[in-house]
Design a protein around this ligand. Structure first.
Ligand code: ATP
Length: 351
């Protein structure tokens, strides 16, 4: 069994009557990037603040390198946890140069160690040429590199990042994201990274944790979460998804668009009433005058077009297509599963 670097066990926090974190369990492995993906208000930032020691849970334990740092009888001060945190706005000191910003957190070290750390992180984050600049003289991506350098200079055991790309425009996000991933991987820094952006979470993470209403709903590699969601919430958070009603029959589920093969039929019985998750790329559309489904909306997006199709049961399914010229609202279509596609289904509660 692999030892965790960080272990959170049964964490709970309430703000007045608002029970924000509920019996939350999670762990972080050495060197990994773990993203926490969840809707606004589900408690992502609060969880980071708890781990950093900036909020106190009413219940639970936190272990860092197998040492308890929070529990009924211990609450290590934030400054003694050796956890680095990078906020959305990077919180750089505007009156200090890049070099002085980086040195700020390690001013307690002897001069030789300060110089060594400074050189190491400047190389890692490629900031050597910018050391005399002030934050307002840097681009968003450069500011982010300074924030990372300043935190890595302290040799944190783990790094926490809260929506680090939210202030960058779309054209910068991709390159900064790739750069950050390279810096974290080459410094082998275990990182928890909070986002509501699924693509961001998927592209840079070793594992993704889906957080819903103060608890971790599912955690695993991005492809596992996408193809094997364990709940409707995980299905929705891990990709665009529509749900239609179905009734289990053998290895398939009968729906308004016909029988669809199920991904894990073993866990269901004939007649079970279920919700079937349909991704935008799961179905192909064929226009035909006898089609039972009708295109009701077309969203042209350049590389692809999303068609909204209404089934005979008035359910709406979104289908992604490259072709956009011959398909249009009002057209009758047949929908059929793309070859080899299996569908995730979820039991309807109380059935
Ligand atoms: P977002 O993605 O919008 O940043 P989030 O998932 O990070 O959201 P949090 O910021 O952790 O969510 O907030 C979770 C809930 O806790 C919200 O309802 C918020 O209003 C509440 N909350 C957070 N901090 C406090 C506080 N210090 N006092 C009272 N309520 C708080």
């Amino acid at each position: 069994m692999v030892d965790s670097l960080l272990e959170c066990s049964n964490l709970n926090i309430k703000f007045g009557q608002n029970h924000v974190i509920k019996n939350l369990n999670m762990h972080l492995l050495a060197g990994e990037i773990l993203s926490i993906l969840g809707p606004s208000g589900c408690g992502k930032t609060t969880l980071l603040r708890i781990i950093a020691g900036l909020e106190n849970p009413c219940h639970g334990n936190i272990y860092l390198k197998n040492h308890e740092i929070f529990g009924p009888n211990i609450n290590l001060q934030p400054s003694n946890r050796n956890i680095g945190m990078i906020f959305q706005d990077y919180a750089l000191f505007p009156h200090l140069t890049v070099e002085k910003n980086i040195l700020f957190g390690i001013s307690n070290l002897e001069k030789r160690m300060q110089d060594e750390n400074l050189e190491r992180v400047q190389q890692l984050t490629r900031l050597e040429g910018l050391k005399d600049r002030y934050p307002h003289e840097l681009s968003g991506g450069q500011q982010q590199r300074v924030a990372i350098a300043r935190t890595l200079a302290t040799n944190p055991t783990i790094l926490l990042m809260d929506e680090p790309f939210s202030n960058l425009d779309a054209s910068l996000r991709l390159s900064v994201k790739i750069e950050m991933e390279q810096i974290l991987k080459s410094s082998n820094t275990a990182t928890i990274f909070v986002t509501h952006d699924r693509e961001e979470a998927f592209s840079i993470s070793d594992r993704v944790a889906i957080m819903v209403d103060g608890a971790i709903q599912q955690v695993g590699p991005p492809d596992q979460i996408y193809f094997w969601p364990n709940s409707k919430e995980s299905a929705l958070m891990s990709g665009s998804c529509d749900f239609i009603k179905g009734s289990v029959s053998g290895k398939s589920v009968n729906t308004s668009i016909g029988p669809l093969p199920m991904r894990i039929p073993e866990t269901f019985s004939d007649g079970d009433q279920v919700d079937v998750a349909i991704r935008q790329t799961d179905l192909s559309m064929e226009p035909t005058p006898t089609g039972k489904n009708i295109v009701v909306r077309k969203d042209f997006r350049g590389d692809e077009t999303i068609f909204w199709v209404k089934t005979s049961h008035e359910e709406i399914i979104q289908c992604k297509h490259k072709i956009h010229t011959t398909l249009f609202p009002g057209l009758k279509v047949n929908l059929s599963p793309v070859q080899y596609t299996k569908f995730n289904v979820f039991k309807v509660p109380n059935c």
